[in-house]
Design a protein around this ligand. Structure first.
Ligand code: URA
Length: 236
């Protein structure tokens, strides 16, 4: 692929704007040599204003989503893309969230531009566990483990019952919930089905990945070891 197309696809600007960046000498190699739009140079050696290029297609990143942000490109309010460099919203192929967290849910959110990887993570076959902590509006009744674990709980407007989910009470109004699927507002609707309501919700882990101290609003690129951890593989 021509450098101009590659750089435009990474969201640095339209082809016209990137052509101008070449003319202005802003695109160089790792030795500071000015590059031209039709040069063939390895991705890892290209610099824009002296900075390495963003990763090529196939990236996977982890964001610690704060509450108040939606997993959408179009919402008029705060969106998770606002927490990334602005050009990440303009990448082609598109960078999408891996599943969604509600506006009022915080925690671990993955984003990728790799459709096959996205499918592999979200596919029901993957059975990747997702661990949440919920703070509830009312005390737990005591039968939630039985109801959520039954594999027969039907939520309104759903055609199939929920897969069994695990609930571990932490105190009267706090619980850890482990899901292997991700239906719309699932945990909020599960608690509504047992006469409770979710006050706040946070996702701690997805597969074998945790936030590991990543502060709210921050993100990091995931590497091969992270990917192995995500799918529960050996990372040693
Ligand atoms: N369940 C919910 O209700 N909301 C989320 O964001 C995730 C799981």
């Amino acid at each position: 692929m021509k450098l101009v197309k590659l750089i435009a696809n990474l969201g640095y600007g339209s082809r016209k704007q990137v052509t101008l960046m070449f003319r202005e000498g802003r695109i160089t190699d790792d030795g500071g040599e000015v590059l031209y739009a039709d040069d063939a140079v390895a991705h890892a050696r290209v610099r824009v204003d002296g900075e390495p290029l963003d990763p090529p297609q196939g990236l996977l990143l982890m964001l610690h989503k704060p509450t108040g942000y939606t997993c959408s490109t179009k919402d008029p309010g705060r969106v998770v893309y606002d927490l990334l460099p602005p050009r990440y919203r303009l990448r082609d192929p598109l960078l999408s969230t891996v599943g969604r967290l509600d506006r009022d849910t915080s925690g671990l959110l993955l984003m990728t531009d790799d459709g096959a990887l996205l499918h592999r993570i979200t596919s029901p076959k993957a059975q990747l566990p997702k661990v949440y902590e919920a703070v509830l509006g009312s005390d737990l009744r005591g039968d939630e483990a039985e109801v959520f674990g039954s594999g027969t709980l039907m939520l309104e407007s759903e055609k199939t019952p929920l897969a069994p989910a695990l609930i571990e009470p932490l105190d009267a109004r706090r619980a850890r919930i482990t899901l292997v699927e991700g239906r719309y507002h699932q945990i909020r609707r599960m608690f509504a089905a047992v006469g409770n309501h979710v006050h706040s919700l946070h996702r701690h882990t997805l597969g074998g990945l945790g936030l590991d101290g990543l502060p709210a609003g921050e993100w990091r690129m995931l590497d091969e070891a992270d990917r192995a951890r995500l799918f529960g593989g050996d990372v040693s």
